[in-house]
Design a binder for this molecule. Structure first.
Ligand code: ADP
Ligand code: MG
Length: 399
């Protein structure tokens, strides 16, 4: 019934309109296929538009970028030629992704200019972007300081500073850089921090630099928690490759991310897969930045189906329609498990994950599962790396 449909559409646009989102941004959201605000968006948008400091804790995949992106755009002064808004992100990939999302949101506000600053790319190109007088800068901490110290950009007129993935950023050793950047901005700036978890460093920064912050906590509930069917595979180390091929050969997945723990392993596994005739690429810190961007974009566009990645390289990356995540190595940190499987089931879609573990590693896996409080379905593979008959149902039913 077309009439009914139309009404539903108007209603959902109203949910964002009720949050005082401008027509331009509403139009952009429509183009992005975003209809209803997520919990973190409903709570963050009004508070951030009111100029308050925020510490937002929400699971991955709940739409934090749009949550801070909308107030940033609503709050921008288009005539101001100095940098007004700064987003700090822990990795270049994440910075690029935020730029993309902000650019999409700003599609109908053509005067908005965004510069992206991160390492691994010649400074000259980024300096050029800065010459165009962007109102928004999205950057990694190291490159930001570099640019400031060389006099290419000033943070003296920043009124909104967003720190995305604060937990990860501070864990990566950026505490000093981040505090220096915060101190370069005016004292009355708005400081908004987003994090998947809280840790001591996040709380310290909040305590030192935020004024009466509004704490917005979105629990991982059934609804906002991505729908991910998790599996564990108890398997001898030397059969992991066979099991991986079994999963890939199931032909159930068009886009798969395989996680390993080291750059070396990422490259080796990806090479091995290519040798076996699969279309796979590796993403890790030893690959040149320009090439990493290319690999990410090609994966997003579906030019190849299998991405073998390390945790840092894949951090925060949002690719729609990753259908399966395979943990070839057990993650070293409990939280990494969540971040990894969070690459699938994004934006309320259904996803599936497989975690390979040797008998020795199963102790570590138990610890991870206690931490995230979930119970995956165990799958058993035989000595040839083939799924046992009795588990086939559990496997195919869930995917
Ligand atoms: P987070 O930072 O919380 O991990 P992202 O900001 O990367 O999540 O968003 C995850 C995905 O969800 C993105 O593809 C984004 O475009 C999409 N998204 C954001 N908000 C909504 C919404 N209200 N409805 C549907 N999809 C959304
Ligand atoms: Mg994010």
């Amino acid at each position: 019934m077309p009439g009914l449909r139309k009404e539903v559409r108007v209603l959902s646009a109203d949910a964002f309109r009720a949050l005082d989102v401008s027509d331009e941004v509403l139009k952009a959201l429509d183009g992005m296929g975003i209809e209803n605000p997520t919990d973190i968006q409903k709570e963050t948008i009004p508070v951030m538009m009111a100029g308050r400091d925020i510490i937002g804790i929400a699971p991955t995949g709940t739409g934090k970028t749009v949550a801070f992106g909308i107030p940033m755009l609503e709050y921008i002064s288009l005539k101001e030629t100095r940098v007004q808004e700064l987003v700090l992100a822990p990795t270049r990939e994440l910075a690029q992704q935020i730029v993309q999302e902000l650019t999409d949101l700003a599609r109908f506000i053509p005067q908005v200019k965004i510069a992206a600053l991160y390492g691994g790319q010649p400074m000259s190109r980024q300096i050029n972007q800065l010459k165009h007088k962007p109102q928004i800068v999205v950057a990694t901490p190291g490159r930001t300081l570099d640019m400031v110290n060389r006099g290419h950009v000033s943070l003296a007129h920043v009124h909104t500073l967003v720190i995305d993935e604060a937990d990860e950023m501070l864990k990566m050793g950026f505490v000093k850089d981040v505090t220096r950047i915060i101190e370069m901005a005016p004292v009355d700036r708005q400081l908004v921090m987003f994090s998947a978890t809280t840790n001591r460093d996040v709380m310290t920064i909040s305590w030192r630099y935020q004024r009466e912050p509004v704490e917005i906590v979105v629990e991982a509930t059934k609804e906002n928690r991505p729908q991910i069917a998790q599996h564990t595979l108890l398997i001898p180390r030397d059969k992991k490759m066979e099991a991986l091929q079994y999963l890939l050969d199931s032909d159930e997945f068009d886009r798969v991310m395989v996680f390993v723990n080291t750059k070396f392993m990422a490259q080796r596994l990806s090479d091995k897969l290519v040798k076996e005739g699969y279309s796979a690429r590796a993403l890790h810190g030893d690959i040149r930045q320009s090439q990493r961007t290319q690999v990410m974009n090609d994966f997003k566009r579906g030019k190849f189906p299998i991405l073998v990645a390390t945790d840092v390289a894949a951090r925060g990356i949002d690719v729609d329609d990753v259908e399966a995540v395979i943990n070839y190595d057990l993650p070293n940190e409990n939280e990494y498990y969540l971040h990894r499987i969070g690459r699938t089931g994004r934006a309320r879609k259904h996803g599936v994950s497989f975690t390979m573990m040797t008998f020795q590693e199963s102790v570590r896996m138990d610890e991870i599962l206690r931490y995230i409080q979930s119970k995956p379905t165990p799958l058993h593979f035989d000595a040839q790396g083939i799924l046992r008959r009795e588990d086939e149902e559990a496997f195919f039913e869930n995917i």
